[in-house]
Design a protein around this ligand. Structure first.
Ligand code: AHG
Ligand code: MN
Ligand code: MN
Length: 336
């Protein structure tokens, strides 16, 4: 890339030249990026910033909150509440929705986020991230926002992305016109476009799944992984490689970079739960990014983005990545 294009310039051009995004959405994305920069700073300080370890509290899903889960949540709220671009926010770390306080102007967008994905990796210095999804407030709503206004299928998203805090801090974004990647230039303090039109190869030899849950899986998932493990002697006729980072952002980032399939399927440990990952904060934004890069995302039975949510913190089974592999596993589900 001969000329450096900042995130600001990219968004201005998306707004001006291509007409993809209205000015409020541009502001929203700039603010989210600014918040991510600040979270990145906190992550980098680690023990020196006193940000490691548990906060001693639990979220609505009964998960122990880490200090950084709470810090990242606060940073995102404080950055976004006053700009006039939002009507309300929802987060994995908050029980209910967060309305923009009356003292600030109300905008037309709804922002959803997993403030810190990969919490179990914070203290061991492995890549973690922030995932976000943007919806529009329903048109028939002229009054206050309620939780039900958030319950829109992922296909309604107007923007989605994540920021990964790894060896580099990288922001990955879609506004429905492909996927673009921006790397944080720490000296300049700005995100710079480093890749456009990301494409996930349709085939892969790499899978990501928590193998320790194998005995709890359902038959179609077990069949798919058994066939991968059988390698060149098995029905697939090729050897597979396995990666599992336990941060969805990092696993999806690898898949957007070089292909692969990621699965966190339903399993028999807690059969009443449709899966571990959250539809609104994780599966929808990642599902849309993957589709925008030519991949696929299903829950084994239907496209993730077509699922009509019934609850804010709803969980879902997730299979995403290289198209042909996702279609294969999804096909195995229809045969049982
Ligand atoms: P979070 O830290 O936001 O709760 O999400 C963690 C998720 C996801 O990032 C990852 O893929 C998965 O949990 C890891 O689960 P295991 O610990 O079961 O491997
Ligand atoms: Mn998460
Ligand atoms: Mn989280």
């Amino acid at each position: 890339m001969s000329q450096r294009i900042s995130l600001t310039r990219y968004l201005v051009e998306q707004q001006r030249v291509d007409g993809h995004i209205p000015s409020q959405l541009r502001l929203l994305l700039e603010v989210v990026a600014r918040a991510c920069k600040s979270i990145s700073q906190a992550v980098n300080k680690g023990a020196l910033g006193g940000v490691l370890g548990s906060a001693g509290s639990e979220n609505v899903q009964g998960e122990v909150q880490k200090k950084l889960d709470i810090i990242a949540n606060e940073v995102l709220i404080e950055a976004n509440e006053w700009g006039g671009h939002l009507a309300a926010m929802a987060s994995e770390e908050m029980d209910g929705i967060y309305l923009v306080p009356n003292r600030y102007p109300q905008g037309e967008y709804l922002l959803l986020f997993d403030p810190l994905d990969g919490s179990s990796n914070i203290d061991v210095n492995v890549s973690i991230g922030t995932i976000f999804s943007v919806l529009k407030k329903p048109e028939d709503n002229n009054g206050g926002v309620e939780e039900k206004d958030f319950l829109q299928p992922g296909s309604n998203q107007v923007a989605a992305g994540y920021c990964i805090y790894g060896p580099q801090t990288t922001l990955v974004l879609t506004v429905g016109d492909g996927v673009a990647m921006f790397t944080l230039d720490r000296e300049q303090g700005s995100f710079v476009l480093t890749q456009e039109n990301l494409r996930i190869p349709e085939d892969t030899k790499e899978f990501a799944i928590n193998m320790s849950n194998m005995r709890h899986w359902d038959a179609p998932v077990k069949r798919y992984i058994d066939e991968c493990l059988a390698g060149t002697e098995g029905p697939r006729g090729k050897d597979f490689n396995m990666r599992w980072i336990a941060s969805m952002v990092a696993d999806v980032h690898r898949i957007l970079t070089r292909g692969g399939i990621f699965m966190y399927p339903w399993d028999k440990r807690e059969p009443h739960k449709p899966g571990k990952l959250r539809l609104m904060y994780e599966a929808n934004p990642m599902g849309w990014l993957v589709e925008q890069a030519g991949g696929a995302a299903t829950n084994g039975h239907q496209r993730i983005l077509d699922i009509q949510p019934t609850q804010l913190h709803e969980r879902v089974s997730v299979i995403l990545g290289s198209k042909n592999e996702v279609e294969r596993v999804t096909g195995y589900h229809s045969k049982v």
